[in-house]
Design a protein. Sequence first.
Length: 95
Amino acid sequence: MSEEHNQIHVTTLPQVAGHKIVKDLGAIFVNVSSSLLHANQDSLFAALRKKASSLGANAVVGVSCQFNTSSINSDPLILGTAVQIEPETLDAPRA
């Protein structure tokens, strides 16, 4: 995985602590095929980070895993929202 992909925050929370979301780039997902199903967790998140990076995101928030057993394709999905974030700054106290 490239250094750029390593810089992408991934969280199940709706935001990254100490940061504000400045742009929502939309929902992304990774279809957990049988080959990825047996891979380690890092491989799954690497695939999610790669998709986020291709959209210009530097974070993925609200990550979850969804299982659909009612369809022909019952592979699990890893879902999240690709966003651009920046550190929050505290305003200087007013005199």
